[in-house]
Write a protein that binds this ligand. Structure first.
Ligand SMILES: Cc1ncc(COP(=O)(O)O)c(C=O)c1O
Length: 402
C-alpha cells in the first residue's frame, strides 16, 4: 500500500519541481476539514488559494456535478448546450454584468480580457495599430501563462522565460497619482487586483479605487478588476469592488466559481469590451462546457443561499481580531478583509514557513508567502467554534507555547 513517504518520494522523482508543498498528503475533505492518507485531520486555512470557498466536497455541488456528468459533459462551442445560457443568465443577474465569456482557468480569463481590451482599443477607442498599452501594478499576480508572466514584477515568475510581449506599463499598487501619470491616449486598460493576494494580502489605501475609477472614466480606460481570488465571497462581499463602492468595466472571476470541483472562470463585462469578439477570434474547447456550467451555477447558488458571504464577513472580522489580539512578539502586522487574512512576521522571526510547519503539526494548514507572511483563507463555511480552535493553535505556535 502506498504510504505518505512513498507518495512523496514518487512525486519528488517524477514530478517537475515547480512547487514546494508542505509534506502532507491529503486524500479526503469535507467542509473546512481535510484528512491525510494516515487519517490525520486538518483545518484547511488555504482553501486551494480561495478556490474552495464553499467548503470541500460540498454535497449540493457534488450532486449537481454528478447529475450533469450523467447527462452531458462536453459539446465544444460548435454546438449549443442547455447549461450555458442558464449559467450566463444567473451569473449576469448576480453580478450585474451585460456580457459573459466563460473560460477554464483564472489565467485564461486574464489572457482573454487582455486580448479583448486590446481589440477594443483599436476598434472602438481608435488607438493606432500595435500601440495599445495596458497598465498593471508592481507585485501583481494574475497567473502563470507566458503573456501574464511577461508583465509580472516577480523575478521567479519571469526569470529566463522571455522574450515577453510588449505593451504593459507597471505602476506602484495603491498610488493613484502614479497611475494617472502613466495614462496616455494609447492606454486601453488598467488591470489590477482589488487586494493583492499573492503579494501578501495587500490592501490599498482608502479612496484609491474611487480615484482610479474616476480616472478610468475620464480617460476612457477600461478598468479590469481581477477578482479571481478576492471574488465570490472571500472578502465578505460577493465582489471586493463593493468594499470600494465602485464598479469595474470588466471583472474576472475563477477559482471558487468551480466550487473546488471543475475548473471554470469567466470574464464579466458591463461595457462594450466583450462585444468586439467575433466568431473565430477567441475560444476554448472546454470553456462553457455543460459540466462546468452546471457546477458553476450550483457553486454560485450555495454561496448566496447558504449565507456564506455574510459568514465570511462575520468570521473574518472575528478571526482577524483574534489574530490581532495574540500576544506575540513575532507578529509585525495582521491584515485582511473578510476571510482573506494575513499575518506578517518580523524578519527576525526566521520566515513564515517554519510556523506553517508548526501549525501543520497542530492540525492547521496555512501557507507562507514571500518569506515572512502567513496567509489564512479558510472555506467560507467556517464556524465561530472552528475559528476559536484555529486561534488556539495560532496562539500556541506564535507565542512559543507550541
Ligand atoms: C488574482 C489572481 N489572478 C489570477 C490567478 C490565476 O488563476 P489560475 O491559477 O486559475 O490560472 C490567480 C491565482 O492564484 C490569482 O490569485
Amino acid at each position: 500500500m502506498a504510504t505518505a513517504t512513498s507518495l512523496i518520494e514518487t512525486e519528488a522523482r517524477l514530478g517537475a519541481h515547480n512547487y514546494k508543498p508542505l509534506d502532507v498528503v491529503l486524500s479526503k475533505g469535507e467542509g473546512v476539514w481535510v484528512w491525510d492518507v494516515d487519517g490525520n485531520r486538518y483545518l484547511d486555512c488555504l482553501s486551494a488559494y480561495s478556490a474552495v470557498n464553499q467548503g470541500h466536497c460540498h454535497p449540493r455541488i457534488l450532486a449537481a456535478m454528478v447529475e450533469q456528468a450523467q447527462k452531458l459533459t462536453l459539446t465544444s462551442r460548435a454546438f449549443r448546450n442547455d447549461q450555458l445560457a442558464l449559467f450566463y443568465d444567473e451569473i449576469a443577474a448576480l453580478t450585474g454584468s451585460h456580457k459573459v465569456l466563460p473560460m477554464n482557468s483564472g489565467a485564461e480569463a486574464v489572457e482573454s480580457a487582455v486580448k479583448a481590451v486590446r481589440k477594443w482599443g483599436y476598434e472602438v477607442k481608435g488607438v493606432p495599430q500595435g500601440q495599445a498599452e495596458i497598465i498593471v501594478c508592481a507585485d501583481n499576480f494574475h497567473g502563470r501563462t507566458l503573456g501574464i508572466v511577461g508583465f509580472s514584477t516577480d523575478p521567479d515568475a519571469r526569470g529566463n522565460f522571455g522574450p515577453f510581449a510588449p505593451g504593459f506599463k507597471v505602476v506602484p499598487f495603491g498610488d493613484a497619482a502614479a497611475f494617472e501619470a502613466a495614462i496616455t491616449p494609447n492606454t486601453v486598460a488598467f488591470l489590477v487586483e482589488p487586494i493583492q493576494g499573492e503579494a501578501g494580502v495587500i490592501i490599498p489605501p482608502d479612496g484609491y479605487f474611487k480615484t482610479v475609477r474616476a480616472l478610468c472614466t475620464r480617460h476612457n480606460v477600461t478598468l479590469i478588476l481581477d477578482e479571481i481570488q478576492t471574488g465570490l465571497g472571500r472578502t465578505g462581499k460577493l465582489l471586493a469592488e463593493a468594499h470600494e463602492g465602485i464598479e469595474a468595466d470588466v471583472t474576472l472571476v475563477g477559482k471558487a466559481l468551480s466550487g473546488g470541483f471543475y475548473p471554470v472562470s469567466a470574464v464579466l463585462s458591463n461595457s462594450e469590451v466583450l462585444g468586439v469578439l467575433k466568431p473565430g477570434q477567441h475560444g476554448s474547447t472546454f470553456g462553457g462546457n455543460p459540466l462546468a456550467c452546471a457546477v458553476a451555477r450550483m457553486a454560485l447558488k450555495v454561496l448566496v443561499d447558504e449565507g456564506m458571504i455574510e459568514n465570511a464577513q462575520a468570521q473574518g472580522d472575528y478571526f482577524q481580531a483574534g489574530l490581532a489580539g495574540l500576544r506575540s512578539n513575532l507578529i509585525r502586522e495582521v491584515r485582511g478583509r473578510g476571510l482573506m487574512l494575513a499575518v506578517e512576521l518580523h524578519p527576525e522571526a526566521g520566515g513564515a514557513r517554519r510556523y506553517c510547519e508548526a501549525l501543520q503539526k497542530r492540525g492547521v494548514l496555512a501557507k507562507d508567502t514571500h518569506g515572512d507572511t502567513i496567509r489564512i483563507a479558510p472555506p467560507l463555511v467556517i464556524t465561530r467554534d472552528q475559528v476559536d480552535w484555529a486561534l488556539e493553535q495560532f496562539a500556541a505556535v506564535m507565542t512559543g507555547t507550541a
